[in-house]
Design a binder for this molecule. Structure first.
Ligand code: C2E
Ligand code: MG
Ligand code: MG
Ligand code: MG
Length: 284
């Protein structure tokens, strides 16, 4: 069908693709210097107990502000960083930045860092992690690495060995975005995860859609059976929170409690008394 529409159409598509490729190349070029130029920063999103509501820690999320272009979503630049290999340098910067920051909080809150498949499969990853923990003196028990299942499928045996080494450092491992992509229940048993994070797509409408509710209930049952705490991502409404509370979900994060923000916005949590509850964070 495309052929019958003639050369003009073909040229149009080719040109459109050319723009995409150029844009991608420009982003990659920008990424190459983004850290050195101070364009990267971390934001933090609070995580809390569903029952009781006290904040237990934060997930660290990367932000890139491109001069003259505004901020670029990690959903756009992380894949480019992965394909170009730049994620190794960027990911190391992220780990060091987050560990250094967290080590300076008077309160020993937990901190979660997203780690890409490319990093996990890089032979130097565990050594780098070890060095950063030594250098920043962060208690490894406060650090959690978030991995998606796609990080495991390329070379499961090697991934398992790496995850076991990470555990030996005393660092926790969470399965991120559970229920999306290449989800396989056997991954939960085969790999030493400490936590399941239910993807936000399942939390959306969980209080209104019986099918979504059934899926979330079954993940919570799985967590109970495997003795793994479950954290719900992307909780936006009181109704979603009430459902999770009724069904015994342990942890949550989402706009309802707090949006990702500079850590200074959470000064009361990182420096204050451990009394903060849902309401106290929401004001941030
Ligand atoms: P993720 O690890 O699953 O992070 C959760 C995403 O959901 C974040 O998007 C967060 O801002 C967003 N979010 C949190 N609460 C809510 C909510 O209530 N509603 C909605 N609609 N969204 C919510 P963000 O920051 O854009 O990051 C997107 C993805 O990029 C992350 O998904 C993660 O896979 C990746 N990423 C972010 N920072 C890093 C990093 O430092 N390293 C690596 N390798 N990947 C990162
Ligand atoms: Mg995550
Ligand atoms: Mg996630
Ligand atoms: Mg994600």
């Amino acid at each position: 069908r495309a052929k019958s529409e003639g050369r003009g159409t073909y040229r149009f598509f080719e040109a459109a693709m050319g723009v995409e490729v150029r844009e991608r190349r420009m982003l990659e070029h920008g990424l190459r210097h983004a850290i050195a130029r101070g364009e990267m920063r971390m934001v933090y999103q609070p995580q809390c107990h569903v029952a009781g509501g006290e904040v237990t820690g934060f997930e660290a999320l990367l932000r890139w502000r491109r001069p003259g272009h505004g901020s670029v979503s990690p959903a756009v630049f992380i894949p480019i960083a992965e394909e170009s290999g730049l994620i190794l340098q960027i990911g190391e910067w992220v780990l060091r930045e987050v560990c250094r920051e967290a080590a300076g909080w008077p309160r020993a809150l937990a901190v979660a860092v997203n780690v890409s498949a490319v990093q996990i499969h890089h032979p130097g990853f565990v050594q780098t992690l070890h060095d950063i923990l030594m250098e920043t003196r962060l208690d490894p028990a406060r650090l959690e690495i978030e991995l998606t299942e796609t990080a495991l499928i390329r070379d499961p045996e090697r991934a398992l060995a790496t995850l076991q080494q990470i555990k030996r450092l005393g660092v926790g491992i969470a399965m991120d975005d559970f229920g999306t992509g290449y989800s396989s229940l056997s991954n939960l048993r085969a790999f030493p995860f400490d936590k399941i994070k239910i993807d936000s797509s399942f939390i959306r409408s969980v209080d209104r859609n019986t099918q979504t509710a059934a899926i979330v209930r079954s993940v919570l049952g799985l967590g109970r059976g495997l003795d793994l705490p479950v954290l719900a991502e992307g909780v936006e409404t009181e109704q979603e929170l009430r459902f999770l509370e009724a069904e015994g979900c342990q942890g949550m994060q989402g706009y309802l409690i707090g949006r990702p923000a500079a850590i200074t916005e959470f000064h009361d949590l990182t420096h204050g008394t451990p009394a903060a509850k849902h309401g106290a964070v929401r004001a941030a």
